[in-house]
Design a protein around this ligand. Structure first.
Ligand code: F6P
Length: 319
């Protein structure tokens, strides 16, 4: 019997387990077999896989991480990688492969699709950096984690009359800082999409101090500039003690929010609807609550646009 292959790949994101559960449960409902591949694309080369039944996904909808394990596979990026992977998928009788992950995982899936493999991808990354959709699995949970941290950091900053630079993940995408900045009432957000203006941040800090503000939260996307050097420069320029908090991997774990679980369940179940008949090369996603199914190559080509209105909103409501 030909089976549905299922793997999670790239950086894990809270809600991946809810998506795995939805794929398995929906497949069993349709009398289809699901083969879970361990540790992302790496598990294809090792043929490290097992048949997933109803009980194999029991009690996971609320858990962070991924029960299948994940990796960033170097082998898939080698010239001969995708063709070799395709042979292993055939050996495992995998007809349609469902890939849960972000941009790199979608690229891996596309390389397999070019080798004739049927693939359906589900967007899961805390970065929300995939342009064709909005609200990839894990994004809203990471926002809640950042908000929880901001709340605590604000308490101690207010107690000491300090500023705090909070560095968040996102790599080349500022959505985590932007959305958490709005919801968390940050005074400034520093993002990859906007040129950094030191004087602007300084001006806000000084104006806040003048009004008797006891804290100042600056959200910074990782890799943009050194948080520690910035803290030193701001402290020198404003005479406001400035500390740094690098949030790091706490943003990747934790209990997925209701939104992430619902989105993951919808996307996982929808993927199974495409695991019938002819080969597919599809990217699933949600935008404005609507389900999307785009050609995978076309989805990858959609550039992520930056929401300037939201950026101005942070500016406006943080004065
Ligand atoms: O893609 C998600 C992400 O968490 C990024 O925000 C971050 O830069 C990166 O993964 C870290 O990746 P790794 O797990 O390889 O250290």
């Amino acid at each position: 019997m030909m089976a549905i292959g299922l793997l999670t790949s790239g950086g894990d994101a809270p809600g991946m387990n809810a998506a795995i559960r939805a794929v398995v449960r929906s497949a069993v409902y349709e009398n289809k077999e699901v083969v879970g591949i361990r540790n992302g694309f790496a598990g294809i080369f090792d043929e490290d896989a097992y048949v997933m039944d109803l009980s194999s996904v029991a009690d996971i909808i609320h858990r962070g991480g991924t029960i299948l394990g994940t990796s960033r596979s170097e082998k898939m990026r080698e010239d001969a990688g995708p063709a070799e992977a395709k042979k292993h998928l055939d050996a495992m009788s995998i007809e349609h492969l469902v890939v849960i992950g972000g941009d790199g995982s979608m690229r891996g899936a596309l390389a397999l699709s070019d080798e004739g493999q049927s693939v359906i991808t589900i967007p899961a990354t805390i970065d929300n950096d995939l342009g064709y959709q909005h609200g990839s699995i894990g994004f809203y949970t990471a926002i809640e984690t950042i908000l929880d941290a901001i709340g605590k950091i604000r308490d101690t900053s207010s107690a000491h009359k300090r500023a705090n630079i909070v560095e968040v993940m996102g790599r080349h995408c500022g959505d985590l800082a932007l959305y958490a900045g709005i919801a968390g009432g940050a005074e400034s957000v520093i993002l990859p999409e906007v040129d950094f203006d030191f004087d602007e941040v300084k001006k806000k800090m000084l104006a806040g101090k003048l009004r008797g503000k006891r804290h100042h939260i600056i959200l910074l996307t990782e890799d943009k500039l050194s948080a520690y050097a910035l803290a030193r420069d701001l402290e020198e320029a404003t005479a406001i003690e400035t500390r740094v908090t690098i949030l790091g991997y706490v943003q990747r774990g934790g209990i997925p929010t209701g939104t992430d679980r619902i989105n993951a369940s919808r996307l996982g179940s929808e993927a199974v609807n495409y695991c019938f008949g002819e080969k597919k090369s599809l990217a699933l996603g949600l935008k404005g609550g609507k389900m999307l199914a785009l050609d995978l190559k076309e989805a990858l080509a959609v550039e992520k646009t930056f929401d300037r209105d939201l950026y101005h909103l942070v500016d406006k409501i943080s004065i």
